[in-house]
Ligand binder design. Structure first.
Ligand code: SF4
Length: 468
């Protein structure tokens, strides 16, 4: 992503009043729900600390837990496939679909599958892929990507959904929620019955038992994993927990932080393919464990980022996300977690602008149920960007800035020069736009307070001398 791509997306989002209103309303609702639900936990900070300890321990011993999980899945009759890259993951899934001569696939929500551009790859080979989460179904019809981790169609209205659904229906549908959901239910039900393969994501994988745990609200996840004969689970390699004891903590924190619910409507635990005496479930189960850049983060100063449980809570409190929505971030994960994880997974050289999409207010850290200090990681990424970007002018400017601010004499000199240099741009005590490059960006979209005629220290000295 070039700088102008990012700036273009941000400007587009800032001019879209509907988008900003919709994002604000939805994030307000999610934030209020979260705050109300957290009151039901006796000591939320203790829960956070426990969750942080669980995730940090698990990621530290990830190799061990992944090995135990793999052995257990295989003992339970399932198959595990490792994918170092997105291409390898797609190849595994493609091969499984081909082996089953699948022509139709139903999918429930999976952010990792967005990383793989899975739908696009399967559709290229004439395999129909149908998203069955209502929000995902809407954005699939609109040919868009999710704009929120939890609420993918946050930017749509009833009217825009009615337009999309009417096209599929071949007749005008009213812009009313019951009519629209009834239509989606009718279409999707037949797709569930026709599909040869079901694909789900994975909220958590349990090492001790080889189980896959899914938190869903619409019931589509259960249809996806019980109706088609073959099921594929796509999991990011970090989505593991040692046992059900640790799941208990996550079960209390994830829905509360994500949607403000005590618990999601459905919590499904998959323990391998259908057994002989069982009435339903897939006959074949495949788990694709995706690395796609995660092992590069392991052991680095960014390791804590792998603790993320994808609750989306940091998005809802972020003053930047709340203004620009998700698409401006340009890749799969938006908001503060996206600004950190996108450059780590897909390259800082490509996504170097994202760590600057933050006010560093640390509201994300405060909201994070596993206490990831995202604001600190954003600063680290900014440092890395300057260090490795080879932008000599920027390095020189910040070098001078650092020197000036660490010496009292140089700081005083800089102030004197600055006061004179700013005169052509100052109006009513503010520097209002029009600064020359390379500092023009600073005042392009906001006013900058002009340097005061006298600094606090100068006034203080005068006061002490009794000059005023
Ligand atoms: S960083 Fe924290 S708040 Fe943000 S999605 Fe991940 S777990 Fe949730």
């Amino acid at each position: 992503m070039t700088k102008s791509d990012f700036h273009d997306r941000v400007s587009e989002a800032l001019q879209d009043d509907f988008l900003r209103g919709a994002v604000k309303r939805a994030t307000n609702r999610l934030r209020t729900g979260r705050v109300n639900q957290l009151k039901t936990l006796v000591d939320f900070q203790e829960w956070r600390e426990r969750a942080q300890a669980i995730r940090s321990h698990t990621i530290l011993h990830l190799d061990q837990y992944l090995e135990t999980f793999t052995n257990k899945v295989e003992e339970n009759g399932g198959n595990v496939h490792w994918a170092l890259t997105a291409e390898e993951a797609v190849a595994h899934i493609h091969r499984i679909c081909k082996d089953k001569s699948a022509k139709s696939v139903v999918k429930s929500k999976s952010m990792v599958s967005e990383e793989l551009h899975l739908n696009h790859h399967l559709e290229k080979d004439d395999i129909e892929v149908v998203e069955t989460d209502l929000g995902e179904y809407i954005i699939q019809l609109a040919n868009q990507t999710p704009s929120h981790i939890i609420v993918p169609a946050i930017h749509h209205t009833r009217e825009s959904v009615s337009d999309l659904f009417s096209e599929v229906a071949g007749e005008r549908l009213p812009a009313e929620t019951p009519a629209l959901t009834a239509f989606a239910r009718k279409v999707l039900r037949q797709k569930f019955l026709d599909a040869e393969v079901g694909i789900t994501g994975c909220n958590f994988a349990i090492a001790e038992t080889g189980s896959v745990v899914l938190f869903t609200n619409e019931g589509n996840g259960r249809m996806v994993n019980s109706l088609p004969d073959t099921q594929i689970v796509i999991m990011g390699m970090e989505r593991i927990l040692p046992s059900f004891i640790e799941l208990d903590t996550m079960l209390n924190l994830l829905p509360r932080s994500a949607t403000g619910q005590k618990i999601t409507t459905y919590v499904s635990v998959l323990n391998g393919p259908r057994k002989q005496n069982e009435a339903d479930g897939a006959k074949e189960l495949h788990v694709v464990i995706v690395d796609n850049g995660r092992s590069r983060i392991l052991g680095s100063k960014y390791q804590e980022v792998l603790n993320c449980i994808r609750c989306g809570s940091c998005l809802n409190v972020c003053p930047v996300y709340r203004q620009i929505g998700g698409h401006a971030y340009g890749w799969v994960y938006p908001g503060p977690i996206g600004a950190v994880i996108t450059p780590l997974l897909d390259g800082l050289e490509k996504w170097g602008e994202l760590p600057y999409a933050s006010s560093l207010c640390a509201a994300c850290w405060d909201a994070c149920p596993v206490k990831i200090p995202l604001h600190e990681k954003l600063l680290e990424l900014r440092k890395d960007k300057v260090k490795y970007s080879g932008n000599a002018a920027e390095k020189m400017a910040f070098g001078m800035y650092a020197r000036a601010f660490s010496s009292q004499t140089q700081y005083a000199l800089l102030k004197k020069v600055g006061r004179k240099a700013q005169i052509p741009w100052v109006r009513d005590g503010k520097i209002r736009g029009g600064l020359p490059a390379p500092i023009s960006e600073w005042t392009k979209t906001r006013d900058f307070p002009a340097l005061a005629k006298k600094s606090f220290h100068e006034r203080w000295r005068e006061l002490k001398r009794g000059d005023n």
